[in-house]
Design a protein around this ligand. Structure first.
Ligand code: SF4
Length: 429
C-alpha cells in the first residue's frame, strides 16, 4: 500500500483542508503515516502565507523534503502555493494546487505522476463556488471543526488573505445542517463553526450566520457549538436576540480587534471604531453574562506611535479579554500597508508584542480565577483534561472518559489552568 504523510502550516481552516485531502487519498487506498517517520512515498505540505514567517517555514520544509527523500513525491497546496506557485516549484514537487481543487487532489496527482511532470493546478479565484470538502475524522473524538465559509473580500490594508483565498463563499444552510447532523450522530459533542471570515457567512447567498449556528445547534447529539471568529459589526440586536435562544452555543466569542486605537484601525481599514468594538463587547456580555471574549492584536503596524501602542494596551485592559493572540505586524508584498511610510523596526514591534503578551497572560489567569468556587460543565478530551464552555482548560481530580460532559467544582487555578473536583451528586448527562 502506498504511504502518504501530511503537514499543515497556519490556521485551523488549513488543518481542515489538509484533513480533507488526506481522507481523499485514504479513500483511494493510500495509508497515512507519521510525517517524521521518513517512510512516505508522498508528502503533502499545506502552506501558509499570512506572514513572512509562514512563507519561510513552508519553503524550508519543502526544500528539506526534496533533499531528504529524493525518491518521494511532494504535493504543495494552500495559501503560499496560491500566491506564488513559482516559489514552491522546488525539487521533488509533483503537484502544486492552491486553495481550490483540493477535492480533485488525488486525480490531479495521478495525472502528474502518469505524465511524469510537475503539474501546477492553481486557479484564479474569481467567481469560484464554495468547494465542498469532506472530513470525517477530527482532532480527538469530542470536537469537530466545520468549515462553513471560505474567502474574504474585506481587504484590510495589511492582509494578503483576500488574494489567496478568493471572494466570500458559504456552505449552503442545507449542507451545514446535513454535516452537523452527521457529526452529531457520529458522536462529536462539540462543533466548531469556522471560516476564513466567518462573519461574512451567507453574504452572497442571502442566508445568515445566525441561521447556520441555529441548524448546528439543533443537530441531534450535538451538546455544544463554538464559533471560530466574529467581528464587531456582525453583533447586531438581531444577532444577539438569536444567540439568546441558543443555550448550547458556547459563551466564548473571538472578536478580532487588531488595534485598540481609532487612527490605527482606520489605517488598517478595519471598518469599525473602538466605540463600535466596545458596544459589541457589551452587547455580547449582556446576552451571555460572564462570556469569554478572546481576540487578536497586531503590534507595530506602519506608523504606529508609542502613544497609539499605549492606547491599544489600555483598550485591551479595559475590555478584559479572557485570552489574546498577539502578532507582530509582518509586511506582505502586494498589500496597501506594505507601501505605507513609517514601517516600525522589528525590535519595537517585538517589544510592544511582549507587553501585550504579558498583559494577556495576566488577563487569562484572572479570567480562570473568577471560576474558583463555581461549578462548570466540562467536556473531557482524550488527554484527560477538558474545557468549560468558555474554553477554560480544566484538570479534574479523577479520570473521565473522553466525550463525557461532567459537572466540576473549580477549586483553584495554576496560571490559566483550572483545577477541580468532579461532582457525583448528579451527572450532567
Ligand atoms: S477580515 Fe481583514 S484580516 Fe481578516 S481575512 Fe479578511 S482581509 Fe484579512
Amino acid at each position: 500500500m502506498k504511504k502518504i504523510a501530511v503537514h499543515t502550516l497556519g490556521c485551523k481552516v488549513n488543518q481542515y483542508d489538509t484533513e480533507a485531502m488526506l481522507e481523499a487519498f485514504e479513500r483511494a487506498g493510500w495509508e497515512a503515516v507519521p510525517f517524521d517517520a521518513g517512510e512516505a512515498d508522498l508528502y503533502l505540505v499545506n502552506t501558509c502565507t499570512v506572514t513572512g514567517t509562514g512563507d519561510q517555514k513552508s519553503v524550508r520544509l519543502i526544500r528539506h523534503l526534496g533533499r531528504e527523500y529524493p525518491q518521494a513525491d511532494i504535493i504543495v497546496a494552500g495559501c503560499l502555493a496560491q500566491r506564488d506557485a513559482a516559489r514552491v516549484s522546488l525539487p521533488g514537487v509533483r503537484l502544486i494546487i492552491g486553495t481550490q481543487r483540493r477535492s480533485e487532489v488525488v486525480a490531479l496527482y495521478e495525472r502528474a505522476k502518469a505524465e511524469g511532470v510537475c503539474l501546477t493546478a492553481v486557479d484564479a479565484l474569481k467567481q469560484v463556488p464554495f468547494e465542498a470538502l469532506s472530513v470525517t475524522r477530527h482532532e480527538g473524538r469530542t470536537r469537530a471543526v466545520m468549515k462553513i465559509q471560505e474567502g474574504c473580500d474585506r481587504w484590510c490594508s495589511y492582509c494578503i488573505i483576500p488574494s489567496v483565498r478568493g471572494p466570500v463563499r458559504s456552505m449552503p444552510l442545507s449542507a451545514v445542517k446535513a454535516e452537523a447532523e452527521r457529526l452529531g450522530v457520529a458522536g462529536y459533542r462539540e462543533l466548531v463553526l469556522t471560516g476564513i471570515h466567518l462573519a461574512s457567512y451567507g453574504r452572497e447567498t442571502g442566508e445568515s450566520l445566525a441561521e447556520a449556528i441555529r441548524v448546528a445547534h439543533d443537530a441531534p447529539g450535538v451538546a455544544r457549538v463554538r464559533l471560530g471568529s466574529l467581528e464587531p459589526l456582525v453583533v447586531t440586536d438581531e444577532f444577539c436576540a438569536a444567540l439568546r435562544g441558543m443555550p448550547k452555543l458556547c459563551p466564548q466569542f473571538h472578536l478580532a480587534l487588531q488595534a485598540g486605537c481609532d487612527s490605527v484601525l482606520l489605517r488598517m481599514k478595519r471598518r469599525y471604531s473602538t466605540a463600535q468594538y466596545r458596544a459589541a463587547a457589551a452587547a455580547l456580555r449582556a446576552c451571555r453574562p460572564g462570556c469569554a471574549l478572546t481576540t487578536d492584536v497586531l503590534t507595530g503596524f506602519p506608523g504606529e506611535t508609542e502613544e497609539e501602542a499605549a492606547q491599544t494596551l489600555a483598550f485591551v485592559e479595559e475590555i478584559g479579554f479572557a485570552r489574546i493572540h498577539v502578532f507582530p505586524y509582518s509586511r506582505r508584498a502586494g498589500t496597501l500597508a506594505d507601501r505605507m511610510d513609517g514601517q516600525v523596526p522589528q525590535a519595537v514591534k517585538h517589544e510592544r508584542a511582549a507587553k501585550l503578551i504579558a498583559l494577556g497572560n495576566k488577563l487569562e489567569a484572572a479570567y480562570a480565577k473568577e471560576m474558583i468556587g463555581t461549578v462548570r460543565e466540562v467536556l473531557f478530551e482524550e488527554d484527560g483534561e477538558g474545557y468549560t464552555p468558555e474554553y477554560v482548560r480544566v484538570r479534574a481530580d479523577e479520570a473521565v472518559a473522553p466525550g463525557e460532559i461532567r459537572r466540576v467544582l473549580i477549586e483553584r487555578t495554576e496560571d490559566e489552568l483550572a483545577l477541580g473536583r468532579v461532582l457525583h451528586d448528579e451527572r450532567s448527562e
